[in-house]
Design a binder for this molecule. Sequence first.
Ligand SMILES: *Cc1c(COP(=O)(O)O)cnc(C)c1O
Length: 479
Amino acid sequence: MFEALPDKGVPGDQILDELRELRRADLPTHGGRLFAYVYDPALDGLDDLARAAHAISAHVNGLDPTAFPSLLAMENALVGAAVTLLRGGPAAVGSVTSGGTESLILAVKAARDSRPDLATPRLVIPSTAHAAFAKAAHYLRVTLDVVPVGADLRADPAGMAAAITPETVLVAASAPSYAHGVVDPIPEIAAAAAARGVRFHVDACFGGWVLPYLKRLGADLPEFDLAVPGVTSISVDLHKYAYAPKGVSLLLHRDEALRRPQYFAYADWPGYPMVNPVISSTRSGGPIAAAVATLRSVGDAGYLELAGRTREAVAVLAEAVAATDGVRLFAPPETTVVCLAADVDLFVLADELATRGWHTQPQMAYGDLPATIHLTVTAAVAATAPDFAADLADAVAATRARGPVELPAPLVQAAGALTPEMVTPELVAGLAAGLGLGGGDFTRMAAVNTLLNVTPPALREALLTGFLSLLQRPTAATE
Ligand SMILES: *Cc1c(COP(=O)(O)O)cnc(C)c1O
């Protein structure tokens, strides 16, 4: 590993070679075989364009739009595009954030700070809502009320309505949920929230930029945007289905009054009076310029075409799952997610798919729901989807041949006796070494996933936190 701060500066060509070499260890961000983390439209030249735009604005600081009006203009253009796409009225406003998590934290903050009279503000979400809501609740000291979803994996409007109390500052639901890709019944929940005078946020971080196009293509999906009465805010990640490089999401509010408590201003110190619409103060113009370039290059017609390709890819993958003995569709593939369950060992299956070049995302069992495999499908998958069925069948056969993961009994016993408080750095290091994670090779994860899957969520959180902390150690000064 290189030193980040060498005694003497290193030539640029060498540095770029080093970075390219490092990147070789990563999963492939292009090529339509990675079904999480990345969103690839597979459009020629788009990467180069976004990179060039990023470079033009990389050093611009979003801290002060009067100093850098270019950024204000670009942000207003992005928000304007989203208001049109997500049918906000003439009063709709928005903010550009760094990602979905920040958009959700700010939606919760705006709701919380609109009710300074409440000692214990509360947030109502369905159990399938993104984990970022739990993070927002934790950061902001808002109490989380989690309502079980129905057998159809969708938020239950009656249950959500019943969970609203006089202290509820926000109700939220997903369009669609990340785990299963199904759209919650937004109009019904919106009506219930509105009847109680409570804000309602639609988390369209995942699907906000593709659902409108899927609907235009004829998909039978519920209304989910700002045109629905009672929806007070909505979030959409441009670094997902708008295919912009990482670092851009939008949070829209129905009107300016709803947005006001999202802002933070502070003038009571000797430095510059600070006013921030979002969490970061200094922020780069790079991702914003790259997003503008991406939207302008693809255009409305381009997004419609990409949605069409994505829809075809989803159909091909879903058909492969339905036709393969040993696996089944766990959720209806109604948007851009294929979620499957298996009769064979699911975590071994994920490994077997990975060794065949298909990188999927295992999801742990939750409540009554079994463990599943998640595939986020993007337009690039249209080119690879036809090859999936054969490899899936092959992977299922290999999984059967291997048999399920058998964890050593002492390990299971030890894990069963653990509580989160007992998870020390030494314990995590020992466990990681025992599970073969010491060498930094994360290709065979079935044993790890099997162990995590049987541990209660609080212990799982402690183990994963300990493991990440183990990985995040400063590189020792070398030679
Ligand atoms: C991705 C996602 C988020 C979180 O977004 P980040 O950009 O990863 O912070 C929130 N909600 C949903 C539905 C998502 O898919």
